[in-house]
Design a binder for this molecule. Structure first.
Ligand code: ADP
Ligand code: MG
Ligand code: MG
Length: 250
């Protein structure tokens, strides 16, 4: 049982305040959707939790099982059980997918997986995501299509088994088939009940496949509305307009 606790989080980029007091609690077994218009600060929340150096936490706290994540270096956060699937994954030229994943597992588990076991894990993860075996030898994220990048993120998730997974726009740029494969991956992964998922998305589309337990609406750097899955249906019908005007006048 794990808990990610975000309290009154304020985050700035340079001297521009972007997050203006975010409160959110995610427990293992729960899936939370964060929805909001472009520029509302969704990725900023993800990066701040993960420890990206560009994002300065000016006040508030982020605890994972009572431990202060904000005090930890990026790799320590990963070892503590946090995983971030980025909206725009970075290329790692000269490092194959296979080596990248083996290094990531080694970093998180604190010891290198045995080669044979790793090969088995990798193969079953790739099969489950309908990834071509040749993919493992390609350079990480180099020339990947949108769908390949997202499948690679879910593959990492399945291999690393984090306590809390933050997925930033994992649905963006996917055609319907890829969306289904990626969603099935997330569902398989969360079915264990050991992980809490924070699913960040602009569109309601993925929520037809990955049913959230809670929906939080983000506008202008804070949570402005919360509810169950029915809130996503309301957003699909009505859009964000009501929330953005409310946030602007707050
Ligand atoms: P979302 O993911 O909801 O679209 P972001 O968190 O990417 O929103 O951005 C929120 C606001 O913060 C935007 O106004 C954006 O321009 C600004 N911002 C985010 N990251 C940076 C950055 N690295 N440098 C400058 N401005 C940024
Ligand atoms: Mg505040
Ligand atoms: Mg974003």
């Amino acid at each position: 049982m794990s808990t990610l606790e975000i309290r009154d989080l304020h985050v700035a980029v340079g001297d521009k305040e972007i997050l203006r007091g975010v409160d959110l609690t995610v427990r293992s077994g729960e899936t939370h959707a964060i929805m909001g218009p472009n520029g509302s600060g969704k990725s900023t929340l993800a990066y701040a939790i993960a420890g990206h150096p560009k994002y300065t936490v000016t006040s508030g706290s982020v605890l994972l099982d009572g431990e202060d994540l904000l005090d930890m270096a990026v790799d320590e956060r990963a070892r503590a059980g946090l995983f971030l699937a980025m909206q725009y994954p970075v290329e790692v030229p000269g490092v194959s997918v296979s080596n990248f994943l083996r290094s990531a597992i080694t970093a998180v588990r604190g010891e290198a997986p045995k080669l044979r076991e790793f090969a088995k894990e990798l193969k079953s993860g790739m099969d489950a995501l309908s990834i071509d075996p040749a993919f493992a030898q390609r350079n990480t994220n180099e020339g990947f299509s949108g769908g390949e990048k997202k499948r690679h993120e879910i593959l990492q998730l399945e291999l690393l088994k984090p306590k809390i997974a933050v997925l930033d726009e994992t649905d963006s740029g996917l055609d319907v088939d890829a969306l289904r494969v990626v969603s099935e991956g997330v569902n398989r992964f969360r079915a264990s009940g050991d992980t809490g998922v924070l699913l960040i998305t602009h569109y309601t589309r993925i929520l037809r496949y990955v049913k959230p337990d809670f929906v939080h609406v983000f506008a202008a750097g804070r949570v402005v509305e919360e509810g169950g899955p029915e809130l996503a249906d309301k957003l699909e019908a009505e859009g964000y307009e009501a929330y953005t005007s409310k946030a602007a006048s707050a």
